[in-house]
Design a protein around this ligand. Structure first.
Ligand SMILES: [Zn+2]
Length: 249
């Protein structure tokens, strides 16, 4: 009986030792982690590489190390959460540099359609691919502890969407924890916007004040790449993120 079950369950994918070592050398965010945590990150990285296709476009040719480097950063936010929370999508599309997207917006009152172009370092489509700029990934690798990380930002959007809408409310099962999350995040979001309205400096990237989903994605970047900055600037927010990303909510 046990054998039968074992045969049904596919063997977990593994990452070749040299590839994992190469990724670890380049992704400094993996420094100073316990053997336990590294083991988990390695298997999540392997699973990400096995289940997602990471493709270069516009002439960008990615090698296995570059793919592993992207996957290892993607593994950080999801490492202690159900992998399924990444959602059903397949592709990570990587441009050489920032890419231009055309936006349209129709005003619900006037029906006027506005169009504009955005230059982006990353984007995550609902039920669709993640799009990244290699130039921005390379910059994150060079300056890993500055609060910016485009891969983590886009993966955070996917985790947010696993809770339903893209609204800064990730899937937190416990009711009380969900309530607390809402209160703490709303207060921090409002305070950021107040500072911006008063032309004052914000303690974290003001992009977090754009919308609740950008708040979640931007704060996730800090949580993994500059946790001390986040803990000093927004201690209550840091505590909630720590609980969530450690898998305890
Ligand atoms: Zn975003």
């Amino acid at each position: 009986m046990l054998d039968w079950f074992r045969r049904l369950k596919p063997a977990p994918p593994d990452l070749p030792e040299d590839l994992w070592r190469a990724a670890r050398e380049r992704v400094r965010l993996l420094d100073d982690r316990s053997p336990d945590a590294l083991g988990r990150l390695r298997s999540v990285t392997a699973r990400f590489l096995a289940e997602r296709r990471i493709i270069g476009v516009q002439g960008l040719e990615l090698d296995d190390v570059q793919r592993a480097v992207i996957a290892a950063q993607a593994a950080l936010p999801i490492a202690n959460l159900p992998f399924e929370w990444l959602g059903h999508w397949h592709d990570v599309v990587v441009y050489p540099g920032e890419f231009r997207v055309r936006r349209t917006h129709q005003d619900s009152d006037t029906q006027v359609v506005t169009e504009w172009d955005d230059d982006l370092a990353g984007e995550a489509w609902e039920h669709g691919p993640i799009i990244l700029s290699w130039a921005d990934i390379a910059r994150d690798l060079e300056e890993p502890f500055d609060g910016f990380n485009v891969v983590i930002h886009e993966i955070a959007h996917k985790i947010d969407m696993a809770g339903g809408a893209s609204d800064g409310m990730p899937p937190i099962r416990d009711r009380e924890a969900r309530r607390r999350w809402r209160v703490v995040m709303q207060a921090a979001f409002d305070e950021l916007n107040r500072l911006l309205d008063d032309d004052q400096e914000t303690p974290i990237d003001p992009y977090a004040a754009e919308a609740p989903d950008e708040f979640f994605a931007t704060v996730s970047e800090y949580y993994f790449s500059a946790p001390d900055v986040l803990a000093a600037a927004l201690p209550e927010v840091h505590a909630e993120f720590a609980r969530f990303y450690r898998g305890g909510a």
